[in-house]
Ligand binder design. Structure first.
Ligand code: UD1
Length: 433
């Protein structure tokens, strides 16, 4: 794991339209579930199209600490988890990432018991895990949080059952799937999340021999099997990286073709961009975004898939900050997802916040400033702001961006952006920490 990212900043000289072709990496949110899911199988898995990001390196580190044999080569990973014999993960690294909660579902599924540090991750709201716990309890586990650990025990094994989720939760849907694939009998998850990465995880589990049906709808049916076997699997392209690049293309009034994408995953964003007057052309596995004119205002409400993704709300807000007219954004998923607004105000944006809603009055232009990323998608939003602003923007908190974006500055540079990474000075570090 690298820690020097804490001390780096991205420096962007804005105002250059993004032009050309750029390729999207594998989906972070699928990868961070699929890698822990390997714990469930007896055998070797070869995972391809992994994003080259900190979260993947962190899970690799944890799997190795737990006894798995792994070989990570930038976008591929070979994992044999048969050496994992311990159900307790008290490594502090768990707290660095929200998705470490998938270790609980995977260990509980394999051993009938799990003890894992309570998860960390981006501070974008309360982010409870009551629905994960509800699902595991319904499957027959005793679950309690104690001394900073979540402990789940099912001494008599897990038994399939019907589980109704009170909120549509990606994490709970996937975690319950992980726990249920080796349970006795049938499990039904009602009101499940339908995100593309939920489907990808289900496909991966099926590739290992699980019987999961209905992923991508709001009812998932799982028939428990005795054991799972190794397999080779290629992860889907990242929907959020795709969306961030589409927004960056529009924000810089560019002409960008984004490759290795699944256009149907992008429908909510494509529709909104077209409503703004941006041109979006879909190919089989590419999307071209052109934006010769100033976009017009729109209203956005974030919703579970196939609604507008909360992970693209922050970059979209930035794009709208220079659109014509006033846009209204309602954040329905996470209650604290407007932290980027204070930063873009420093760049000249005119935005007011009222609880879960913000009103963005479009200004003519943003101007570069030193700003700070407070979480992963806020960081991506500030990169978009830097690309569209006049003058120089310096973004600290790069470690958040590196958690989820594969070589963001290299990709942007290849399509015309003036962006590079620098070490922070002592004074900047002092201010930042
Ligand atoms: C996942 C994604 C994240 C994305 C989010 C929503 C990963 C690793 N992260 O996060 O990028 O922004 O989905 O698309 O895939 N909730 C509860 N109880 C629970 C679980 C969730 O009340 O037990 C609430 C949350 O507070 C939130 C909503 O449900 O308001 C959706 O959260 P969820 O889908 O679980 O998000 P994550 O899985 O954490």
């Amino acid at each position: 794991m690298r820690t020097e990212h804490m001390r780096e900043k991205l420096v962007i000289k804005g105002g250059k339209p993004l032009k050309g072709n750029v390729t999207v990496s594998g989906a972070k949110n699928a990868a961070v579930a699929i890698l822990p899911a390997v714990i469930l199988c007896e055998g070797r898995c070869e995972i391809d199209n992994l994003p080259n990001i900190e979260d993947v390196r962190l899970i690799d580190y944890l799997l190795c600490k737990m006894g798995a044999k792994t070989q990570l080569n930038s976008t591929t990973m070979s994992i044999d988890a048969s050496g994992v014999t311990e159900h307790i993960v008290d490594n502090d690294a768990v707290k660095l990432m929200r998705a470490s909660y998938y270790l609980i579902g995977a260990l509980l599924g394999r051993f009938g018991k799990a003890e894992v540090c309570l998860p960390g991750g981006c501070a974008i709201g309360l982010r409870p895990i009551d629905q994960h716990v509800k699902g595991m309890k319904a499957l027959g586990a005793e679950v309690k949080a104690e001394f900073g650990m979540l402990k789940a025990y099912a001494p008599n094994g897990l038994i399939g059952t019907d589980i109704y989720l009170d909120v549509v939760s990606v994490g709970a849907t996937i975690n319950i799937m992980l726990a249920a694939v080796l349970a006795q009998g049938k499990t039904t998850i009602v009101n499940s999340a339908k995100e593309p990465h939920v489907v990808d995880v289900a496909n991966f589990l099926n590739c290992m021999g699980a019987k999961v049906k209905g992923a991508g709808t709001d009812v998932i049916r799982i028939s428990g099997v005795e054991k799972l076997h190794g397999c080779s699997y290629s992860i889907i392209p990242d929907q959020i990286e795709t969306g961030t690049l589409m927004i960056a293309a529009a924000a810089t009034r560019g002409d960008l073709t984004i490759e290795n994408v699944i256009p149907t995953h992008m429908e909510a964003l494509s529709a909104k961009l077209m409503e703004m007057g941006v041109r979006v052309e879909e190919g089989d596995d590419s999307i071209r975004v052109t934006c010769p004119n100033r976009p017009t205002h729109v209203s956005i409400k974030t919703l579970p898939y196939p609604g507008f993704p909360t992970d693209l709300q922050q970059p979209a807000t930035v794009l709208l900050s220079t659109a014509e007219g006033a846009s209204i954004i309602v954040e329905n998923i996470f209650e604290s997802r407007f932290k980027h607004i204070n930063e873009i105000r420093r760049m000249g944006a005119n935005v007011s916040i009222d609880g879960r809603m913000c009103v963005v009055e479009g200004v003519e232009r943003l101007t570069g400033a030193p700003v700070r990323a407070t979480d992963l998608r806020a960081g991506a939003a500030l990169v978009v702001a830097g690309l569209m602003a006049d003058g120089q923007t310096e973004i600290s908190g790069v470690k958040y961006i590196d958690r989820g974006y594969d070589h963001i500055e290299g990709k942007l540079k290849s399509v015309g952006a003036d962006i590079h990474r620098e070490k922070m000075s002592d004074a900047e570090e002092y201010e930042f920490f």
